[in-house]
Design a binder for this molecule. Structure first.
Ligand code: GTP
Ligand code: MG
Length: 252
């Protein structure tokens, strides 16, 4: 075989390997996953290491139950004394693993359970929806006056709306949860808002989500965002007017 023929042969073989690689690769990675990532040793490793995380998630679920119960009790009490229910609805959630991981990445939070508990304030979230703005402050004051509730942070986006137009009262509180052998302080993010604020926030959230999916500046989205700022102002006016009418009815 001449040198040129040899070169041609090598080139042809390399080309054939290159062409078959895409077909071989998924097979190789499947085998690798089956033999390594799905091995008994690795599955046991994941299980053991997930235990503290699952324990942590249970604490947050318990803290949500505590806070929800406190609001439900206040709602019952006010339904007697005010003859109306200040709370329209309560929505709660524990942050998904996926969102926790993304936030750890985004905010460069340490990977230990202690770091996560210390730096992440919104793993447990309770959203309280009221009809009237006054009821938001009434409920917040009642919650904070309870002696097992500690205020960690308060952000009043009703008095100081965000540039997006977002309004809500945010409280980061800490509550004790009692387990068989320990008492633990757990943080919960409480968002209090009116029906109008909630309606606005869910619409704005869907725009925010769409915008975060595309890298390019989308002029329609920019236009919609500024229309939403106007909507937020109108909804604030509506909240104030409804509050005023309700007060006048109560005073009749
Ligand atoms: P995060 O790290 O994202 O939780 O922000 P933060 O710690 O600065 O808290 P912030 O009080 O600003 O907001 C927390 C939550 O409030 C968000 O997860 C949303 O649920 C809600 N929120 C805040 N700003 C907006 C907004 O402009 N639009 C909508 N729809 N929701 C908002
Ligand atoms: Mg958050």
């Amino acid at each position: 075989m001449t040198e040129a023929e040899l070169g041609e042969e090598i080139r042809a073989r390399l080309e054939s390997i290159e062409n078959s690689l895409p077909a071989i690769m998924p097979k190789v990675s499947e085998d690798m996953i089956r033999d390594n990532l799905m091995s008994d040793e690795f599955l046991d490793f994941v299980k053991i290491n997930m235990l503290p995380v699952e324990r942590m998630m249970t604490f947050y679920q318990c803290a949500i139950m505590q806070i929800e119960t406190k609001f439900k009790i206040l709602n019952e009490q006010f339904s007697l004394s005010l003859d109306r229910n200040p709370i329209e609805s309560i929505k709660s959630r524990v942050k998904s693993y996926d969102s926790i991981m993304k936030k750890i990445r985004r905010k460069k939070i340490g990977l230990s359970v202690e770091d996560i508990e210390d730096k992440m304030n919104d793993i447990a979230g309770v959203r309280v929806i009221c009809s009237y703005i006054d009821d938001i402050y009434l409920l917040a004051d009642c919650l904070l006056s309870q002696d097992d509730v500690t205020l960690v942070e308060r952000k009043d986006y009703i008095k100081n709306p965000k540039p997006s137009g977002y309004r809500s009262l945010h409280l980061i509180v800490s509550v004790p949860i009692y387990l068989q052998d320990l008492k633990k302080e757990v943080k919960v993010e409480v968002q209090l808002r009116t029906i109008a604020m909630d309606f606005w926030a869910s619409l704005e959230h869907s725009l925010h989500y769409k915008r975060s999916q595309s890298d390019e500046t989308n002029y329609d989205a920019e236009e919609l965002a500024s229309e939403l700022v106007e909507c937020a102002k109108e909804s604030a006016r509506l909240d104030a007017k409804m509050q005023e009418i309700r007060d006048r009815i109560a005073g009749m």
